[in-house]
Write a new protein. Structure first.
Length: 210
């Protein structure tokens, strides 16, 4: 399966991507993870991306297309993949449609803005491997410590309330139009985000298998 996940920041897209990746045995390609690694490593891409991310803005299309083109060449993409965070604009979606890559389904996870703002205020991320947690909905077994790698957990700079509001504004203006774009192509599936991860997974699989 070659799947695109669409959702506002904080809607649980990354968590559901992990679950889907394990279920279908295909990799999740997270542009956020790719960019955060570049920032951590201090690469040229990382320095450029950090400026946009900290302002709650999207990375320019030409830069993101270059990053994704390189990632699709990896062997682990041969049997399918899950795209988390790409495309984020109509220009990116059109460029992807014009490429040899064929997308099977596009899943939109819908959660209202106020719920997202409340969720992100408690989100934690491993500074080593990038795994996400939540102080209430998905706490680590040991406070402040990643279950997977033992790394340190902390809040992301882009989860600050003022940045979250800007990220949501950017999503509604630039990414939300993709929902109609893929609906017209007959690829769109919609799942209503639930308060519990397991319940969201249930409606996600129902939407994909319908």
């Amino acid at each position: 399966m070659r799947l695109i996940l669409l959702a506002a920041p904080g809607a649980g897209k990354g968590t559901q991507a992990e679950i889907l990746s394990e279920h279908y045995g295909i990799p999740t390609i997270s542009t956020g993870a790719i960019l955060r690694k570049a920032i951590k490593d201090g690469t040229e891409l990382g320095r450029t991306a950090e400026k946009y991310i900290n302002e709650g803005k999207l990375i320019p299309d030409d830069l993101m297309l270059k990053v994704m083109d390189e990632r699709f060449k990896n062997d682990d993409c041969k049997n399918g993949f899950i795209l988390d965070g790409f495309p984020r604009t109509l220009a990116q979606a059109e460029a992807l449609s014009a490429s040899p890559i064929e997308i099977d389904k596009v899943l939109s996870i819908e959660v209202d803005d106020q719920t997202i703002i409340e969720r992100l205020s408690g989100r934690l991320e491993c500074r080593s491997c990038g795994t996400t947690y939540h102080t209430e909905h998905r706490p680590p077994k040991t406070p402040g410590v990643c279950d997977k790698c033992g790394g340190e957990l902390g809040a992301r700079d882009d989860d600050k309330p003022e940045t979250v509001k800007q990220r949501l504004k950017t999503y509604h203006e630039q990414t939300e139009p993709l929902i109609e774009y893929y609906r017209e192509k007959g690829l769109l599936r919609v799942a209503k985000g639930q308060s519990e991860i397991e319940e969201t997974s249930k409606v996600v699989f129902e939407a994909l298998e319908a």
